[in-house]
Design a protein around this ligand. Structure first.
Ligand code: P6P
Length: 335
């Protein structure tokens, strides 16, 4: 019955009542929800309004910005400042911390990748927004990046919006993972994927196989065993996926299991890896762990990495728990 559906706003209010919250959290989530709806609208208009191509600017990562990268970043900065809940924000698209004017009592810090996978925009493949919320530490200076340098276990909330065949918002506040689908006609997200859980085993792995020549031995061993199929040591056939959009990969894993790998390799190890710890790896690790999966650098639980830099990169292996643990064992055996 469509009219028995629960909106995301109702879901958050129920959470607030259950946890005895003050409403600040519900209010700050509302601003993120609005930002995601606005980005979804812009992504879906695509080439009709000149949102393809490049913006002619380069971000702090040294990557060509797409018009939608810039627009999504501006939307997140503006919409999330209005509620006065955040003392400061950090974005993949900004070198430094973005202080929020006039939010003297802001208790939270927001970190986000406003449009992850944006190289897929022009070819109409799913992209997403990733966000992570930390508490502003007591007495910390919100204008300093140091206030943000907290390990992933300190996150109070993490989520992503996936701009795919439907727009979904997937969220955890540390009590499991729930997925919501945007009903454009009503303009609301409705609960469609309650209590998302990742199967512990899988037959599907995701890695950019064009980097095989750079892989470390434990990763090469794992992938070779998957490719060996039934006749190999795993005694089952595997499937491979690579979308080059982390949000889409993680969502597939939440829905049907799998393992996603962007490991350290001979080419990226000097930079620390490819993906960013604070606003890609940490929020996705929180979500994956809350759904019963696991997330590691290969040598350490990702959410226990102590950050040293706002934009630091990190190796990422996450997904079905038994597969991630197998990869960790291979890293240990390799020494
Ligand atoms: P590659 C997108 O740029 C991203 O940060 C992730 O979303 C994605 O998983 C990865 O990089 C893709 O990297 O090297 O395959 O283009």
């Amino acid at each position: 019955m469509p009219y028995k559906r629960i909106t995301l706003t109702h879901f958050l209010l129920e959470e607030q009542r259950r946890l005895g919250g003050t409403g600040a959290f519900t209010s700050l989530m509302h601003d993120i929800i609005t930002a995601c709806k606005m980005v979804s609208h812009e992504v879906n208009r695509g080439a009709l309004v000149g949102n393809h191509g490049i913006a002619g600017t380069v971000n702090v990562q040294g990557e060509d910005q797409k018009p939608l990268d810039v627009l999504a970043n501006d939307i997140f900065l503006h919409m999330n400042a209005l509620g006065g809940n955040y003392a400061a924000m950090a974005s993949e698209e900004l070198e430094d911390v973005h202080s929020v004017k006039g939010s003297a009592d802001g208790k939270y810090l927001l970190l986000f990748d406003p449009l992850d996978g944006s190289s897929n925009i022009d070819v109409n493949i799913s992209v997403g927004s990733i966000f992570s919320i930390l508490k502003l530490p007591e007495g910390a200076d919100p204008t300093s990046a140091d206030a943000f340098l907290q390990p992933g276990v300190k996150q109070v909330c993490a989520g992503y919006a996936l701009y795919g065949s439907s727009t979904m918002l997937v969220l955890t506040t540390g009590k499991g993972v729930n997925g919501f689908t945007l009903d454009r006609d009503v303009g609301m997200f409705f609960l469609t994927h309650p209590d998302m859980t990742i199967p512990a085993d899988t037959k599907e792995f995701a890695i950019n196989a064009s980097r095989a020549r750079f892989w470390e031995p434990p990763v090469k061993r794992y992938v070779d065993e998957c490719l060996a199929g039934k006749e190999g040591p795993r005694e089952k056939d595997f499937n491979m996926r690579w979308i080059a959009s982390m949000v889409a990969e993680v969502h597939r894993i939440l829905v049907r299991g799998g393992v996603f790998m962007y490991p350290a390799d001979a080419e990226n190890t000097k930079k620390g890896g490819k993906l960013r710890l604070m606003y890609e790896a940490n929020p996705m690790s929180f979500i994956v762990e809350q759904a019963g999966g696991a997330a590691t650098t290969g040598r350490q639980r990702l959410m226990e990495v102590q950050p040293t830099n706002l934009h630091q990169r990190v190796p990422v292996i996450l997904g079905s728990r038994n597969e991630v643990e197998r990869l960790e064992a291979y890293h240990r055996e390799a020494g």
